[in-house]
Design a protein around this ligand. Sequence first.
Ligand code: PHE
Length: 338
Amino acid sequence: MNKVIEAIEQAVKAAEERLASAADASVLEAVRIEYLGRNGLFPALSRQMGTIPADERRETGAAFNAGRGKIEAAMDAAAQRLQGGVAESAGIDLSLPGRKLPRGHKHPISQLADECVSIFRRMGFIAVDGPEIEDVRHNFDALNTPQDHPSRDPQDTFYFPDGRILRSQTSPVQIRVMESHQPPIRIVAPGRVFRRDTPDATHGMNFHQIEGLSVDKDVSMADLKSVLQSFAREMFGEKVRIRLRPHFFPFTEPSVEYDFSCVVCGGKGCSVCKNSGWIEIAGAGMVDPAVFANVGYDPEKWTGYAFGMGIERLAMLRYRIPDLRLLYENDVRFLEQF
Ligand code: PHE
């Protein structure tokens, strides 16, 4: 046995001992560098191979390869022991499937607004946006609202000190669109509106509407009715019934209120529909010629209809929510259901 073989055997023994008692992976790396690394023992021994007498080379080369193999095997064994050991001691079963992380999702009102937009989009409307902080001209004046109309009262509408307001309806988006575009127009505008209401099961101080406006030649009330009817069916299925009641809005003439049959109680009467069997969903009507004049359209040439729906009302019917305050309490037990 020559000196090189002796050195190899000693090295293997020392390395195996260290690896067997290694408490963490840093020992593995240290052993690898010391014995197998570029400046380690084995490359150094390999360089000495030339000094070995020819008749011993074969035996020495075999010892060299076997020794390196043993150290590698000991490193593998130590790595496995360490990995298994950590997982086991922490009570981890590596064969179990991973845990799912909870994922968030859109608020039910946003989901429903998206759905409304997609229904109207299929009927040829495009979605537009308008500011939540409005001026009185867009929210009231241009919409033909008389100076003494109760909706202008600070008891109903939130005013800023500079005279601007939180919009009380999405109808000002009608004005903004008509001011900046020529007919034909076919838009819907979903968004948040604000009123000084006392919150109860069916009212909130801020809620959501989706506004619709269509302006073209020879638009009629029948067009309005068929669009709203198609919407009701797409949203609630064939069973939903609809009714129009005469009403008044300053910016439409004639004006209607539009009800859907209560899908919570089937029309029998419940707290959602206040025992009437119907839920008021939309105000609507034919665009008043005075509004066209205010935006510079020729009222002799153009006709149009407009509607504004309450999205929370749709949500109550769609998801059978008895109290819309549930939508805003951010209770995940409620929100998780959507
Ligand atoms: N803006 C009205 C409201 O908030 C609804 C409406 C919109 C009525 C469009 C007619 C036309 O009550």
